[in-house]
Design a protein around this ligand. Structure first.
Ligand code: PLP
Length: 492
C-alpha cells in the first residue's frame, strides 16, 4: 500500500470548507473577552478534511512506517528489542494516567513507590549506590552524569579539571555531551584489536583530567578487558570514570559497572529495558552514582522513610532540576513492568541470548562480509563492507558500498543495520539482532544477506540502484535533514 495518492500530506488533500464533524449551536454566553493583544490575527491553517480522509491518512502513514512490530530491525547500537505489550497495558492504567503531577504526595504514594523501586532495581543491576530517573534520554543522562562529575570536582575546590577523555570508538553523543557540559575532549586511540590503547591513555593523564567516558562493550561490540587497570590509572590522577551504559544489554545480570570501577553511568531504559524508541522519544536515561556522589544528583529524588512512606526530596548538594516533575514517567512504568516480568532469573538470560544471536549471525556471514576484528563479540559486531571477492574492495571506485547493501535490504523487507558508524572503518555495517528474535528470523536474515552478497558479485548495478521497491528510494540525505518538510505550509 504505497500508492502515491495515499502519500500526500494532509494539508495537500485539504478542501476549503470541508469538515469531519458537526456540533449543535453553542447555547452558552460567550466567555469573557480575551484581550485583543492575546488573540491570533488569522485563523489557524488547519487541514479541512472529512473523517474518512483523516482515518486513511493516519492508517496509511502507519503502514508506511517500519518498527520492531513490523519486521527485523538489526540497527546496531540501538538495541531494537521487542517491546512487550503488557508494558503498554500497565502504563495505560488509569491510576497512572489520571495522576496530576502537582498532586499531594500523600495521594500518589503508589506512583512514587514505583519510581523508588526502579531507582533501587537499577542500582542493584549496576552495582552502584543511587540513581536518578530524571534524564530524558541517553545523551541527557551523559550530560547529567558529567554535571555530577563537575559538581564533585567543584565541591573539592578543584577548578583545573576541564578535560575529559573519550576513546575514538565512542558513540557521537559522548563528545557532544562533554562539549555541552563545557569540557574539553581528549581523544584516545583504539588498538588494532578495537579496545582502548592503555599506553596512549597514560600519555594524556594529568591533574587537568575531570574523568574518562567509556562504553563497555564498546561500539564495536568488544568487551574492554582492561577496565580495572584503566579505572585505577584515571582514579590515581584524580579523575572519575563515566560508563556509557547504552550497551548494558549483554552485561545484564552477568557483570556490573560499579564492580569494574565506574563512578557514574547512565542506562538507556528505551534500549535495555524494552521501552519503545526511535523517532526521537520519549526515552529515559537514568543516571547512577557510586557511594559518596549521591548528594550531587538532580532533584527530585525519591526516598523512603522509616515508616515506609515515600517522598520527593532534594539531594544535599543537588545540581538542580534537569527535567520537569518525575520526567518521562510512562517510560518508567514500562521499564518496571519489564523488570518484574523478567525477574532475577531471566534478566541475565536476555544479555546472554543477545550475545549468542550476534555471534551466530557474525559467524555465518563472515565469509561474505569483511570482519575486521575476529573473535567473540558481545551483543553486536561491525563488518567493514562486503569482502573484496563480492565486490566490496573500497579501493575500486565502482565497488559495492555498505550503503548499497543497506538499501538492498529494504527491498527484502528488513530495516537496515547501522551504517558508517563507528568511524573506525571505511564501510562500517553494524548489526545488533537483540535477544528477541527466533532462530528462523535470524536464518532468514542471514540467507538474505548472503543472497545480497551474491547479487553484488553477479549484478552490482542492481545494488547501486537499490532500493527498487520503496516509496522513496535514494533521497539526498543531507537535504532531507536540512530541508525536511515537517510542518504546515507558511501562513501568508
Ligand atoms: C544510543 C546510545 C547513546 C545515546 O542514547 P540516546 O537515548 O539516543 O540519547 C549513547 N551511547 C551509546 C553507546 C548508544 O548506543
Amino acid at each position: 500500500m504505497n500508492k502515491t495518492c495515499y502519500n500526500k500530506l494532509i494539508f495537500e488533500v485539504s478542501q476549503s470548507g470541508r469538515t469531519g464533524y458537526s456540533l449543535p449551536d453553542n447555547p452558552w454566553p460567550a466567555p469573557a473577552a480575551i484581550p485583543q493583544e492575546l488573540r491570533r490575527e488569522k485563523a489557524p491553517q488547519l487541514p479541512e478534511v472529512d473523517e474518512l480522509t483523516v482515518c486513511r491518512h493516519y492508517t496509511n502513514m502507519s503502514n508506511n512506517n517500519f518498527g520492531v512490530d513490523t519486521g527485523f530491525y538489526p540497527l546496531g547500537s540501538c538495541t531494537m528489542k521487542y517491546n512487550p505489550k503488557i508494558n503498554e497495558e500497565m502504563a495505560a492504567l488509569p491510576g497512572f494516567t489520571r495522576l496530576h503531577p502537582a498532586q499531594d504526595e500523600a495521594t500518589t504514594q503508589g506512583a512514587i513507590e514505583l519510581y523508588y523501586n526502579v531507582q533501587q532495581s537499577l542500582a542493584e543491576i549496576a552495582g552502584l549506590s543511587e540513581f536518578t530517573l530524571n534524564p530524558y534520554a541517553g545523551a541527557h543522562g551523559e550530560l547529567t552524569g558529567l554535571m555530577v562529575i563537575r559538581s564533585y570536582h567543584q565541591s573539592r575546590g578543584d577548578a583545573k579539571r576541564t578535560k575529559i577523555i573519550v576513546p575514538d570508538s565512542a558513540h557521537g553523543t559522548n563528545p557532544a555531551s562533554a562539549a555541552v557540559c563545557g569540557l574539553q575532549i581528549v581523544e584516545v586511540k583504539s588498538t588494532p584489536e578495537g579496545t582502548v590503547d592503555v599506553d596512549s591513555l597514560r600519555a594524556v593523564l594529568g591533574d587537568d583530567i575531570a574523568g574518562m567516558m567509556m562504553t563497555n562493550p564498546n561500539t564495536l561490540g568488544i568487551f574492554e578487558t582492561r577496565i580495572p587497570e584503566i579505572a585505577r590509572l584515571v582514579h590515581d590522577c584524580g579523575g572519575l570514570m563515566y560508563y556509557d551504559g547504552a550497551n548494558l544489554n549483554p552485561m545484564l545480570g552477568v557483570c556490573r559497572p560499579g564492580d569494574m570501577g565506574f563512578d557514574v553511568m547512565h542506562i538507556n531504559l528505551h534500549k535495555t529495558f524494552s521501552t519503545p524508541h526511535g523517532g526521537g522519544g520519549p526515552g529515559s536515561g537514568p543516571v547512577g552514582v557510586r557511594a559518596g556522589l549521591e548528594q550531587f544528583l538532580p532533584k527530585p529524588h525519591v526516598s523512603r522513610s522509616a515508616d515506609g512512606t515515600f517522598h520527593l526530596d532534594t539531594p544535599a548538594e543537588s545540581l538542580g532540576s534537569i527535567s520537569s516533575f518525575l520526567s518521562n514517567y510512562g517510560i518508567l512504568i514500562r521499564a518496571y513492568c519489564y523488570l518484574l516480568s523478567m525477574g532475577r532469573e531471566y534478566i541475565p538470560m536476555a544479555g546472554k541470548l543477545s550475545v549468542l544471536n550476534a555471534n551466530y549471525i557474525k559467524e555465518r556471514l563472515k565469509d561474505f562480509y569483511q570482519l575486521p576484528i575476529e573473535g567473540l563479540c558481545k551483543h553486536e559486531f561491525v563488518f567493514d563492507g562486503l569482502r573484496p571477492e563480492y565486490g566490496g574492495d573500497h579501493h575500486d571506485p565502482a565497488h559495492v558500498t555498505t550503503l548499497d547493501v543497506a538499501k538492498r535490504l529494504l527491498d527484502y523487507g528488513y530495516h537496515a543495520p547501522t551504517i558508517y558508524f563507528p568511524l573506525l572503518f571505511h564501510e562500517s555495517l553494524m548489526i545488533e539482532p537483540t535477544e528477541s528474535e527466533t532462530k528462523e528470523t535470524l536464518d532468514a536474515f542471514i540467507e538474505t544477506m548472503q543472497q545480497i552478497a551474491r547479487e553484488a558479485q553477479s549484478n552490482p548495478e542492481l545494488l547501486h540502484t537499490a532500493p527498487h521497491d520503496t516509496p522513496i528510494r535514494r533521497p539526498d540525505d543531507v537535504r532531507a535533514v536540512k530541508d525536511g518538510i515537517f510542518k504546515m505550509p507558511a501562513i501568508d
